[in-house]
Design a protein around this ligand. Structure first.
Ligand code: NAD
Length: 255
């Protein structure tokens, strides 16, 4: 018996990185997983990995910023699996820039994916979960949603927004008697394509990676599975008394 046996779990941004590790882990623990992403080739490859391990998976092409895509995704999930129990709003983008360096267009692009995407994902997940009478929604914030960074103006704002939006949605669902829990996850720096993209190419970038490592008292960056296991806990009934909570998994970064 897996920890989420028989549940239907949607993970956005599941073609790569933390989202992919989460989808594979939820599938290993018995869930039917929906891999939702812009990246079709990598998304289908993730589905094939789940199936090769004996699990069930569906790829849906989803841009989290587009409401029409959400409507179609929920229709496809309901048609294939009959409903939704777990939603992981993981898709996100990083933008490096201080308040002086960030254009309005870049600001809006970041808020659109990181904040509008989580809002739409939560709204559509609640609607899909209500007929089941229960559910768990997990929103990806960051340590950058807890503390400020002068070089991450738009990203800080978006991840701080995810943190408090999650609490608002959690309180609403609890007070409405839906038995739908909503929690946020706050990773430190995790070795995924997002972080590899600015810490691998040049000697300066490799030096920047060492600086990032030094900010984590445990002495290394996290791995995608370190976050996936936290998500699994919040997805499962083991966390049934948790809602509106913040799970920080950061190697001691914010301690
Ligand atoms: P990643 O860049 O490695 O992967 C992100 C995935 O999201 C990709 O598959 C991408 O195609 C998808 N995606 C991007 N925009 C999308 C959109 N509009 N619609 C649908 N899919 C989209 O990222 P990651 O490092 O795995 O990060 C996952 C989440 O965790 C993000 O929300 C990120 O902000 C957060 N996070 C990451 C770290 C880290 O250090 N990696 C730390 C804290 C928080």
């Amino acid at each position: 018996m897996g920890r989420v046996s028989g549940k239907v779990a949607l993970v956005t941004g599941a073609a790569l990185g933390i989202g992919k590790a989460t989808a594979l882990l939820l599938a290993r623990e018995g869930a039917k997983v929906v891999i939702a992403d812009l990246k079709e080739e990598e998304g289908h490859a993730a589905v094939a990995e789940v199936e090769a391990a004996g699990g069930e998976a569906l790829f849906v092409s989803l841009n989290v910023t587009q409401e029409e895509d959400w409507k179609k995704a929920i229709e496809a999930i309901t048609a294939k699996f009959g409903g939704l129990d777990i939603a992981v709003n993981n898709a996100g983008i990083l933008y490096n820039g201080s308040v002086e360096e960030t254009s309005l267009a870049d600001w809006r692009r970041v808020q659109s994916v990181n904040l509008d995407g989580v809002f739409l994902g939560t709204r559509y997940a609640v609607e899909a979960m209500k007929p089941r009478g229960a559910g768990s929604i997990i929103n990806l914030s960051s340590i950058e949603g807890l503390i400020g960074d002068p070089t991450l103006a738009a990203y800080n704002a978006s991840k701080g927004g995810v943190r408090l939006f999650t609490k608002s949605a959690a309180l609403h669902c609890a007070r409405a008697g839906y038995r739908i829990r909503v929690n946020s996850i706050h990773p430190g720096y995790i070795w995924t394509p997002m972080v590899q993209g600015f810490t691998s190419a040049t000697p300066d970038q490799v030096a920047a990676r060492q600086k990032l490592i030094d900010l984590h008292p445990l002495g290394h960056l996290g791995e995608p599975d370190d976050i996936a296991y936290g998500i699994l806990f919040l997805a499962s009934d083991e966390s049934k008394f948790m809602t509106g909570s913040e799970l920080v998994i950061d190697g001691g970064y914010t301690a």
